[in-house]
Design a protein around this ligand. Sequence first.
Ligand code: ATP
Ligand code: MG
Length: 512
Amino acid sequence: MNQNPDLSAAPGAPRVIPRSEHPVSRTNISPNALRVLYRLKEAGFQAFLVGGCVRDIIIGHHPKDFDVATDALPEELRRLFRNCRLVGRRFRLAHIVYGREIIEVATFRAASAPPPTEEPVPMRSDNEAELLEEELASGDEDPLEVTTPLDQTQPLEILEHADSGRESRSRNSAHRVHDDHGRLLRDNIYGSIDADVWRRDFTVNALYYNIADFSIWDYVGGLADIQAQRLRLIGDVETRYREDPVRMLRAARFEAKLGFQIEAASAAPIERLRGLLASVPPARLFDETAKLFLTGHGADSYRVLRARGLFAALFPAVDRYLEKHPGSLVEDLLVQGLRNTDRRIEEDKPVTPTFLFALLLYGPIAAIIESLPPNRWHEPQAILEACDQALREAQQRVSIPRRIALGVREMYALQPRLEGPRGRRALRLLEQPRFRAAYDLLILRATLGLAVPEVAQWWTTLQAAAPAEREQMVEAAPGGARASAAGRDAAPGSATGAPRRRRRRRPRSSGA
Ligand code: ATP
Ligand code: MG
């Protein structure tokens, strides 16, 4: 057992840091979050900002979103806010919706990993765990990141505050359910703030900002850990990872995002327990993948995940490829692509998961294509089949929504057509919805010598050109640009540098 030593202090005694001694100011808080906090307070409830938003404001970052914790029950929230949606079955939450901004409001939970002095939580009851597994495997929401609106017709299973002594309103006993590995499948037992703190993941994520007097409540030394740039899991480390293996990915994500160090006790079990990620529903791993790679620190996430052996838990086939080809161009392409994505986010430009998955799967797709005879490497059918196989394999772990999978296929199928622009067809390609993503991939490949830079440049110029100029360009270009690609390894399948046989092409006419 690896109990973080100074966290075993009796719960219920926070260090209260008055407003004059911490930097969290209301000017850093979204007006909508303030609206929610004040409304709760005026209705007589406790209301705190909690989690990443408090942590980020203290560090001086702009919070991604604002989470509120309260003693109001979901039903009470629904009555209090007209713009309230109750979401999530495993972990019931309220979304207070203001246009595009959603303030997530969670009722205090009883502790999931109890402090050592408390009774252990009940283990799974009858076959509820299996039923929930099915529910989750079918893409149900994750415990703290819930987007699926709750079916309003369902009876709510609400337990009154564990500490209030009020009678349970629930007819269902399975409010907290674990599976055989200790994974928490459902957690809807409500508690008070001093119980809520123990089910949070890291000490730096467990600071509560109290709207009543603007103080911060720190039960677990989170403030000191922020100052020391240290990530410490709350409670018994192994239990917490078993309850929710995604916490291992969250550790890596915060290490990458914040540049903090995971302290030794929290880092050590990861190597032994990372296999548990195989039991996490693929839909949830998709969400985590997006947070790891599409929120501005993707290149760092990649580095940390590889170093901690967690990348293999998400993308086994990609990891196998990278292990087999250390220092390959494919890895350079992945890292460069992630850096470009990070830069786009910094510049407030849109990014797409389709491009991300195309990057991630480059290695496996290339390997499948290269296992074919070289004369098939540029065949659209062969490329599509390779994409399908690589996507199918990846889906075993991380679910890839259909529209993204289709996008990845199209991006790859367009590569040979972009590399050999043919007359007016080139102009039609510009109209393809997937052109932009495919072009971005071509540019990236060209940067690394995996496609001919002049061809990529030709497309850049074509897009910027006026209509009349475009006509001239396509008249002049047919086949020429592609011809210059001959002898170079331009297809995804040639990425590892295997020799490519020259493909025999039919002569083309410019107006084709
Ligand atoms: P960010 O918003 O930057 O991704 P965050 O820490 O706010 O980081 P969220 O996923 O928004 O992360 O969750 C909000 C808070 O809920 C966390 O700070 C943490 O206290 C708690 N939390 C989220 N996920 C988990 C989890 N899997 N286990 C325990 N606590 C969690
Ligand atoms: Mg957050």
